[in-house]
Design a protein around this ligand. Structure first.
Ligand code: PEP
Ligand code: MN
Length: 347
């Protein structure tokens, strides 16, 4: 169950509702939004129907809803309108197909500046670049850490682009949040629950990548952690999953996008780079992502992929990115028409 309190309901009203929920044998998990408090009712054993009926008649309550999915706050049942996340000049989840681009790793000032200017000119609004890198081998490049964050901040200053970068541990959240506009949670950390909890109060939007072998339900449960701990600005990212197929680095689960669009109001981003593992496949997957209704695409771009310290094989060159953006134009126009039509219906 979810109880949505009226805007500006008093603290006494909220406390009374929580007390009633406990009397019915449930636990309370509330989140305080900018406008209103929303209370998640958790637990089994209580009488759901009686509780719902009683709360509907309680002062301060706007709506009491039964939610059948195990994730509550991120479900479409809880909120039908899409969540829109505003970052810099981008509106993720709105009528803007948001392109995020940049290198896998931040390597040097020259590399990040050159990439930022080129991807911005080609239409990207958000600059990606890893400063903390989750590498399979401990002997591989681990990222430039704070030095890399500083270079990203410099690129933001020079271009006005917003920055997305990965944070790998809860201890680093305050540091990364100082520099980044969006915190990326990598596939390998999708179920790092202490990290997820620490994002609740980080004050930045979060992009949660699907784990290598995670189901869609598990992805949504992880997003629920972040929202339940106080941060409603979460976007999800399909980046390919591990299957028996070896022709690509991962298998792009393209159906995850419409499935997520049915189940959640959160924006969905496609990462064709990590799904494909090789650059020749990336534009085709990006087109598929736009055509199937993703809210944005995040793609790896490097000025000289053969010299990249990580993921060079899947990184587009700057020319490759420019070409892909041209090819995507018609797809994005159609996408926009569809989104505007949807917004006109729901308005
Ligand atoms: C990345 O974005 O560079 C990355 C490491 O992605 P993932 O967590 O999806 O492997
Ligand atoms: Mn990468």
């Amino acid at each position: 169950m979810i109880i949505s309190m009226r805007a500006r309901a008093s603290k006494e009203e909220v406390d009374y509702v929580c007390e009633r929920i406990r009397e019915f044998g449930f636990r309370v998990h509330s989140i305080e939004g900018e406008e209103r408090v929303v209370i998640g009712v958790v637990g089994v054993g209580g009488d759901v129907t009686a509780c719902l009926e009683s709360l509907e008649a309680t002062p301060g309550v706007e709506k009491a809803m039964r939610i059948s999915a195990p994730y509550k706050f991120v479900s479409k049942e809880f909120r039908r309108e899409r969540t829109v996340i505003r970052v810099g000049s981008a509106e993720i989840g709105g009528d803007d197909m948001v392109m995020m681009a940049g290198p896998c790793s931040v390597e040097s000032e020259k590399q990040i500046m050159e990439t930022a200017e080129a991807v911005k000119a080609a239409g990207a609004k958000i600059l990606r670049g890893g400063a903390f890198k989750p590498r399979t081998s401990p002997y591989d490049f681990q990222g430039m850490a704070e030095e890399g964050l500083k270079l990203l901040a410099k690129a933001r200053e020079a271009t006005g682009m917003a920055i997305i970068t990965e944070v790998m541990s809860d201890a680093d959240v305050p540091l990364v949040a100082q520099y980044a506009d969006i915190l990326q949670i990598g596939a390998r950390n999708m179920q790092n629950f202490s990290l997820l909890k620490s994002l609740g109060k980080c004050g930045r939007p979060v992009m949660l990548k699907r784990g290598l072998s995670a189901t869609i339900k598990e992805l949504l449960m992880s997003a629920e952690y972040v929202v339940a701990h106080g941060n409603q600005h979460v976007m999800l990212c399909e980046r390919g999953i591990r299957t028996f197929e070896t022709a690509t680095r991962n298998t792009c689960d393209i159906s995850a996008i419409p499935v997520l669009n049915e189940l959640t109001h959160l924006p969905v981003i496609l990462d064709p780079s990590h799904a494909a593992g090789k650059r020749s496949i990336v534009p085709a997957l990006a087109k598929a992502g736009v055509a199937i209704g993703a809210d944005g695409i995040i793609v790896e771009v490097h000025p000289c992929p053969e010299k990249a310290v990580s993921d060079g094989a899947q990184s587009l060159t700057i020319e490759g990115f420019q070409k892909m953006m041209k090819e995507l134009k018609g797809y994005i126009e159609l996408w926009k028409q569809e989104r505007m039509a949807e917004m006109a219906v729901t308005a």
